[in-house]
Design a protein around this ligand. Structure first.
Ligand code: SF4
Length: 241
């Protein structure tokens, strides 16, 4: 999907160094606090480090802004978000000491509908995610060496092995999950303790917030991501798998 070119010798050498750095940090920081993990990323990568946020909440953005005020917070505007998600993005930009960077797909929803037919998300969600999420994020991260996410091991079985620092082979970046070891209770405590912005849909039965056509409320006892692509075998959009 994304245009690839053969790696130069210098790029291969850089990747080898960054991968080794990431794998060593993953071991060294396994028991570190989320703030210590983010601080390591800021100290190591400076302006070439960013946070990505789905605007479900601003927990990792808040942590990163404590370590580096004005840190870049990258938001992927797929064109299919709930209005509450766009509102959360705007509120984060207005009140937090971060620089929100909004990425958009190459095609608008209307252009995609014209090219592929309407409701591609129902007929081929993997292609829709590739066009509207994976490619724009890969392109948007080109100027960074490292990115942080809000992935947590307790969200779903597919995320149970998430390292706190690892190597993102798909994008050739260091990938940081500062709250990988946190539980939902830890997130709730941080939100309450620091007055962190959260998406209002979390108070309306949604446990995980993605694109509107592919997200439903969850029932008691379901895992947090059960409301994403419900009824399909799909569990990840391709950003993290
Ligand atoms: Fe398309 Fe759904 Fe993926 Fe959003 S989550 S990009 S609407 S398939």
């Amino acid at each position: 999907m994304t245009d690839l070119h053969p790696l130069t010798a210098a790029e291969t050498e850089r990747d080898t160094e960054l991968r080794a750095l990431a794998e060593q940090a993953g071991r060294d920081l396994e028991d570190a606090s989320a703030l210590e993990i983010v601080q390591w990323a800021v100290d190591t990568f400076g302006a070439r480090f960013c946070v990505t946020s789905s605007m479900e909440d601003a927990v990792v953005a808040h942590l990163a802004s404590r370590a580096r005020p004005g840190v870049d917070v990258v938001f992927l505007d797929t064109g299919y978000h709930f209005p509450e998600t766009i509102g959360t993005r705007d509120a984060v930009a207005a009140v937090m000491d971060v620089n929100v960077v909004t990425l958009t797909p190459r095609q608008s929803v209307a252009e995609q509908d014209a090219a592929y037919g309407p409701r591609l998300h129902d007929r081929n969600p993997d292609l829709c995610c590739a066009l509207r999420k994976v490619r724009p994020l890969t392109e948007g991260l080109a100027g960074y060496d490292a990115w942080a996410t809000g992935l947590r091991r307790d969200e779903s079985p597919t995320r149970a092995g998430t390292p706190v620092v690892g190597w993102d082979e798909k994008r050739r970046k260091v990938k940081i999950a500062p709250i990988a070891r946190w539980t939902q209770d830890d997130v709730d405590a941080y939100v309450a303790g620091h007055g962190v912005l959260t998406n209002p849909l979390l108070m309306d039965g949604y446990a995980s917030v993605g694109c509107a056509p592919c997200t439903r409320r969850v029932a008691a006892g379901e895992d947090a991501r059960a409301g994403r692509w419900a009824g399909l075998a799909k569990t990840e959009c391709g950003l993290h798998a």
